[in-house]
Design a binder for this molecule. Structure first.
Ligand code: G1P
Length: 278
């Protein structure tokens, strides 16, 4: 239904310095698998097998990760270690990968617009890899959103409730409930102060976007922090009644922060131990 997924991955990851000085933040491992791989697995499990990445300087490890390493393959061929590469081999086999570079950091909207040549004129998924979304034993968040896209045929944003004190870290939506976990968005604001926030429903880094978003981003002036904000372009779609907010099933970890990253690491490690014990 939706075949393409875009990964904006040009950010510097300054909160993880010095670890991210020469390594992309998307390559930080949660236990033994880099964040970006969790995101690509989620996209593929939602049927999105054309993966587009918007990268930048110092991000070549991303391309190398989704490619064969002949020397390594040769070294571990026939040993027990080979199975450690099963997951990444499946992605390399079943997905296509294309890359483009964002030359200047001008915000998430600008990053998405930079990815336009990789997407074209079709609806597509977006994953912000530092939001790790897990739904143990059930469909991933993007797969849940594709089901909604089937019904509504408009842009979909994943949302969750956050403490009011935290609204300035997120895009915040206001809308009308269609059914329990689904709303039609009437307005959205990028990173409002708690006292200005229209609600406490925050956008999480999973989107399905209709391709008219590109034209809307082009005519979006710089917003919060002087950056071209995706939220502002989506607000235009919302004005036309074309954005759905979805309270997804599963857990989200903010791996852009050290605390969230550690929480995710503990969670994944414990789940693995539990799975091994059953
Ligand atoms: C971006 C978006 C914001 C969204 C957030 C989710 O912000 O601009 O609307 O709520 O991702 O993680 P960033 O965290 O990149 O500043």
């Amino acid at each position: 239904m939706i075949e393409k997924c875009l990964f904006p991955a040009a950010g510097y990851g300054t909160r993880f310095l010095p670890a991210t000085k020469a390594m992309p933040k998307e390559m930080l491992p949660i236990v033994d698998k880099p964040l970006i791989q969790y995101g690509v697995e989620e996209a593929l499990d939602a049927g999105m097998h054309h993966i587009g990445m918007v990268t930048g300087r110092g991000k070549r490890a991303l391309e190398d990760h989704f490619d064969i390493s002949y020397e390594l393959e040769d070294q571990i061929s026939g040993t027990a270690k080979e199975s450690a590469l099963d997951g990444i081999r499946r992605l390399i086999r079943d997905c296509s990968f294309s890359y483009t570079r964002q030359i200047e950091m001008k915000g998430l909207g600008h990053a998405i617009l930079t990815g336009r040549p990789l997407i074209g004129d079709v609806p597509f998924g977006v994953v912000l890899a530092d939001d790790l979304c897990l739904n143990h034993g059930g469909p991933g968040v993007l797969a849940q959103m594709v089901e909604l896209y089937r019904q509504f045929r408009c842009s979909i944003v994943a949302v969750q409730d956050v403490p009011r004190a935290d609204t300035a870290s997120y895009g915040i939506v206001e809308g009308e409930t269609i059914r329990g976990d689904v709303m039609r968005v009437t307005r959205m604001v990028e990173k409002p102060k708690p006292e200005d926030a229209p609600s406490t429903l925050a956008i999480i880094g999973r989107y399905i976007l209709t391709p008219d978003i590109f034209g809307l981003i082009e005519s979006t002036p710089p917003g919060r922090n002087g950056e071209i904000q995706l939220t502002d372009a989506l607000n235009e779609q919302a004005r036309r009644g074309c954005v759905i907010a979805y309270r997804f099933k599963g857990r989200r970890f903010d791996c852009g922060s050290v605390a969230g990253y550690l929480e995710a690491t503990n969670h994944v490690y414990r789940s693995r131990l539990d799975d091994a014990a059953t």
